[in-house]
Design a protein. Sequence first.
Length: 639
Amino acid sequence: MTTTAYNASSITVLEGLDPVRKRPGMYIGGTGSSGLHHLVWEIFDNSVDEAMNGHADQIEVTLHKDGASITVSDNGRGIPVDNHPTHKKPALEIILCTLHAGGKFDNSSKGNYKTSGGLHGVGASVVNALSKKLVATIKRDGAEWQMEFSGGKATGKLKKLGPARGTGTQIFFHPDPQIFPRTEFNGDTIRERLEVASYIHKGLKVIWIDETKGKREVFHHEDGILAFMRKIVGEKNAKPVHEQPFILEKQNGIRMEMCFAWTESTEELVKSYANGIPTSNGGTHENGLRAGVLKAIRNFIETHNLTPRGVTLAAEDIREGVIGVLSVFVEDPQFQGQTKERLNNPEVQSIVDGAVRPVLEQWLNNNRTVAETIINRIIIAARAREASRAASASISRKTATGGRLNLPGKLADCSSSNRAESELFIVEGDSAGGSAKQGRDRNLQAILPLRGKVLNTEGTSLAKVLENREIADLVTALGCGAGMECDPTKLRYQRLILLADADSDGHHITTLLLTFVYRHMRQLIDAGRVFIALPPLYRVDIGKETHWAADDADKARILAKHAKSNSKTEITRFKGLGEMMPKVLWETTLNPKTRRLLRVEISDALATDRVINELMGKDASARFRFIMERAEEADELDV
């Protein structure tokens, strides 16, 4: 055995911003679309911090014509440009080239920021590190200053451009294509974030300029989160059960604003923010809100002797249909990770809980008609849950430890009884199912073929859905129940994998299955147990080499890469999975070492709900509008 020496010379020291370029995922969560747009959020949030602390009232964000560069400017104080007393460099350079440097660490009474989007001190410097070019233009002290950077390092000295009126900061940056596979920004994603910020920070004017579309929009909302809540209710097409929403603005250790109402929707949707940062994964502020609401409702029911007979009110019954917005401002926010998707301050939960409970209870007592309407809504939710449980109870929900006697006859189950290592493939058609059964790993992989396109379950009750044989077989095979009773811990397999043809028909079948899982077994998605397999659409033989292309774009990429090759090229398009030899299906789609899987996740519950409702619902006009608005995009599709 050869032993490699491990000593001081083995240690690599990454200096400056090199750690960011080496491991960008640690700072922005990854180099995909989410990580790319996180660069915009970091710079934009810095400008928002200026506004939150009373130093700015306007922010302008521009997506340039190339689609891959952004400029963010504000009329705040402007980043300091004088030399730092210790480091003897302009403060601007230190902020943009050094991790954990900024004006948000000073907790003294004369600190520059009372609240901010975080105290990591890495935002601007991380954006600089991951940009092939960044230009900072500052107006302050009666002059305009500019400094340029690349890859986290200054490419020139701080320049004084000349006299200027007013103050402010402007940051232009172009992400580095050596870091990001794609550097094109999604204008709609940025626009949505900016519009939300204008609601959360009422009075703030946010200007959005999309040069790729030639559009300019101004977002400005004096009604703040109240207007935002009404917008969400309208987009979700959820009818409120009471006219006036509950509104609370309070300074109780922290500054908090909330606005919510009960609606006829079957889901709870609370958009939460901490110091203006969207906390998509919730946190202690959301926990405090839920706890306060539950206590207030239960106290009101007990005080007025409104406890229903024959049904027990669970927490989810009380929260069902609640749509609202929660915004808190904390002096020392503790976020989970640099992507700031969850607030972790433990003290915030009790503060929000203590603020909500007495005010909501008093509001209910002062508005008895509204209160009784809400309680009636909650009781209806509880009875619907009981009915859902009864419907699910009619299905065999055998688990791996509870026997397999009532499993569907067409299920080719795996031999392993270890759920942690097994997986179930849902395959459309007996032909594809046959290939999958022959090509699979019989020990770990189960195959359930479905005949034809499954039922469109959007807008259909669970009881009606379960009358469909294909859906009922699927639920039985999974063994974890459906509706409110769906329990991911009882799932008989570690993964549920949807496997359909790579063409448009296959995509339609996958969409139908996803609609069912989203509406009636969403708990599996939330638990990260649902995946989509990506079988190839083409086989590309170039000489003696074989390549597999997922779609036309992938095929074009492969051909372009080997364009200079003089070898003979043959392209085979698969009409369906049934055409693949079992060995080929194993190598390309089933083998865990070589296959490609997409994990199904819900990043924006509101947007997901809206899209599924529009595309799969009974209202054809919504579908028509969706298609017509995106007709130009369809020209590029090969269907």
